[in-house]
Design a protein around this ligand. Sequence first.
Ligand SMILES: C[S@@+](CC[C@H](N)C(=O)[O-])C[C@H]1O[C@@H](n2cnc3c(N)ncnc32)[C@H](O)[C@@H]1O
Length: 322
Amino acid sequence: MGAPDRVNDTVGQRASPRPTPGTGAHFPHARPRCATAGEPADGPGPGAAALSRLRAPRLASGRARALGLASPGTTAAQRLRRVDRWLLAVHAAALTQPAAVPLVVDLGYGCSPVTTVELFTRLRALRPGARVVGLEQDPARVAAAGTASRDGLAFACGGFELAGLRPNVARAMNVLRQYDEPAAARAWSAMCAALGPGGLLVEGSCDDRGRLAAWVVLDASGPRSLVLATHPSSLRRPAALADVLPRALAERNVPGQPVHALLTAFDDAWARAASSSSWPSASGGARQRFVSACAALDWPQSGPARHHYGELCVPWASVAPT
Ligand SMILES: C[S@@+](CC[C@H](N)C(=O)[O-])C[C@H]1O[C@@H](n2cnc3c(N)ncnc32)[C@H](O)[C@@H]1O
């Protein structure tokens, strides 16, 4: 493990290696701490000299974007309900089977802890005693969230090192959108290295109301799958999901890239489902159209089929940027 200044430089400046399963060698845990304006929040604390070099003037640069930017923290009640519903259904075992009380970290909960509280409430219904910790880089948001804390639910300062908590699951929704692609890749590596044994990272984006959402599921070995989730009645066409692609794919929706091919194929299947007798609009509606489109989609799919919930899950390998 390098000295803190060096480690921080690694997070901010250099190309990151692929996640290092289980070792955390390149992403040692930082002590929990709060950033001040212009100070990196996603790595170990740098010395004063390094801090002075990293202050405000560099916030507009690509390097500063790698380190944790100030953000309005936009969020909304129920915005992340699709992620929660999927997580608690598909990964129920990971949250209920550990002998020890499971821990979920919600990184970057925003200007209000409302989605963290919702996650906690849903998780407790599945697994009494489960713990949730909301982490934020913004100390004012941590202080403000204190009124929502309760037995099993806490809020603290932290970044991509996950405050050294080693959670079973980490959720980071709408956090990496402000980062550039290389910085987001380094954030993935840092978060994956900080997971507990067998842990999962769920990282993605959604629209304001949570009707369009997409997230990547990762474990210590890296990204495993991409989930596209929507409210079928609100879906104009699957290509609209391009607006919420996770940071790793957001700029890859261009011809020649696999995710573009997926959305194009999904659009075609959606169009065919509209004209197909297998989609009787009077009885099926948009949900059945979504199910039919997913069934007709000529693309590898993974995980349990949850098309009726408006979800499509594909292996990461099928959409990874080339
Ligand atoms: C748009 S809000 C997302 C709120 C909520 N997760 C949601 O999806 O509605 C993004 C939040 O991520 C936080 N954030 C960004 N980078 C971070 C980092 N490196 N460590 C911790 N929090 C970070 C910002 O402070 C901001 O409050």
